[in-house]
Design a protein around this ligand. Structure first.
Ligand code: DOR
Length: 436
């Protein structure tokens, strides 16, 4: 006899709600797509007697956490459906444990108007993850004329960004912050001064000198961040610095936060795990990304910011590119690497296992913190919330293999890497969207 009171039970896992600081063995009951009850270990034995076998998910030895949220992905639709689609990107997200993703507007055409926002939302209708759209700050992301920001917000854009490019004009940035402030959305900034990084293919460092490649100096990020903090201070609006990579930028953000400036920031797994020393080994074009992989010294500064809370969240910057375009000389390759399916394993192996953060810290930076930055509904695992749930096998040892990648693009430098920790199952509104 099947339980009628509940549709599904996830039993015996360690349930983590980063907001309540809840991390105990418990059973989670789901009804009509929502979390209906969470009860401590053993307390629901009687109730579970009424359940059919297929209504029970045994999560013993696993973590049961709010569906992960990635606030920085590129889904390439419209325009580059050969690299990724909303549908394929969401399949990759589900396999990586993400139930919500925020897609960047650097598509073709750029997502700078209501029709394009609605197009992407429409494509996401039956996808395996919730898709939140970030609209462009400026028309065609050209940095010269503001988009109709109110219109974008009206149809559901959760933030604005010209990601891939820095909004160089401070007057337009100031206005963008003022408008965004009226709607309480953040401006997400790709913070690299465009003049200083013009022509660069990697970090400016000993490594770029050794390899004879044009470098993007770390100070390009520092200057961009400092300017935007100043504008954020005078406007009182919210600024989110994307993929921070330098010690100086982290120091500036730390100081601004202490002052009460409304700035937040994210870091990618690749900037936490790789440095510019990797590039000269094989000239693997998957290592080319913007901002570039930095020196160990900068990476350490970023790790310090991650540990002390200056860095609010972890985001993949999942950036699919076709083989045809990546299979070329390093300096000709487009920047970016995919990340949705490797983020969790990289963070567990290289951040948790190395003692920088606990699981609870990581879950906070991958759920409730990003949800707060973009005013998203998810990120909590409490009674009454939508049952977006990720079950993580924290000890699963696995190897990154190209054939397992669900993304349409395979541009990752992590092929062959041995990792620990992987999403075991992903539920979206109580519905199974992925099971390993
Ligand atoms: O490496 C990157 N790739 N950085 C960006 O900012 C854009 C992204 C892309 O769209 O490929």
């Amino acid at each position: 006899m099947a339980s009628k009171k509940y549709d599904l039970a996830i039993t015996g896992g360690r349930v983590i709600d980063p907001e309540l600081g809840f991390g105990r063995i418990a059973d989670v009951f789901i009804k009509d797509g929502r979390v209906a009850r969470i009860s401590s270990e053993g307390k629901s034995a009687k109730l579970l007697q009424n359940f059919d076998k297929d209504q029970i998910i045994d999560a013993t030895g696993k973590l049961v956490v709010p569906g992960l949220i990635d606030i920085h992905v590129h889904l390439r639709e419209p325009g580059r459906e050969d690299e990724e689609t909303v549908f394929s990107g969401c399949r990759a997200a589900a396999a990586g444990g993400f139930t919500s993703v925020c897609c960047m507007p650097n598509t073709n055409p750029v997502i700078d108007n209501q029709e394009t926002v609605k197009f992407v939302q429409d494509r996401a209708g039956d996808a395996d993850a919730r898709v939140y759209v970030v609209g462009a700050i400026t028309k065609r992301s050209e940095g010269t004329e503001l988009s109709e920001i109110g219109d974008l917000v009206k149809v559901g854009a959760v933030a604005i960004s010209d990601d891939g490019r820095y909004l160089q004009n401070p007057q337009i940035m100031r206005r963008a912050l003022e408008y965004a402030g009226m709607f309480d959305i953040p401006v997400m900034q790709h913070a690299e001064d465009s003049f200083l990084v013009a022509g660069a293919v990697m970090n400016e460092s000993y490594q770029s000198a050794r390899l004879g490649m044009a470098g993007a100096p770390p100070v390009a990020e520092e200057i961009a961040v400092q300017r935007d903090i100043a504008l954020c201070r005078v406007t009182g609006s919210r600024l989110h610095i994307q993929h921070v990579t330098t010690r100086a930028a982290v120091d500036a953000i730390r100081k601004a936060k202490a002052e009460g400036v409304r700035v937040t920031c994210e870091v990618t797994p690749h900037h936490l795990v790789l440095t510019d020393e990797e590039i000269g080994k094989e000239f693997n074009t998957s290592l080319r990304c913007n901002p570039p992989l930095r020196s160990r010294e900068d990476q350490e500064g970023v790790l310090e910011g991650l540990v002390d809370g200056t860095i609010d969240c972890i985001a993949s910057d999942h950036a699919p590119h076709s083989m045809e375009e990546k299979d070329c000389e390093f300096d000709l390759a487009p920047p970016g690497m995919i990340g949705l399916e490797t983020t969790l394993g990289l963070i567990k192996t290289h951040v948790i296992d190395k003692g920088y953060l606990s699981w609870a810290d990581v879950i906070r930076k991958m759920t409730v913190n990003p949800a707060k930055i973009l005013n998203l509904p998810g990120g909590r695992l409490q009674e009454g919330v939508a049952a977006d749930i990720t079950i993580i096998d924290p000890d699963k040892k696995w190897t990154v293999r190209e054939k397992d990648i669900r993304s349409l693009s395979k541009n990752t430098p992590f092929i062959g890497w041995k990792l620990t920790g992987r999403a075991h199952m992903t539920l979206l509104g109580g519905k199974e969207v992925f099971r390993r």
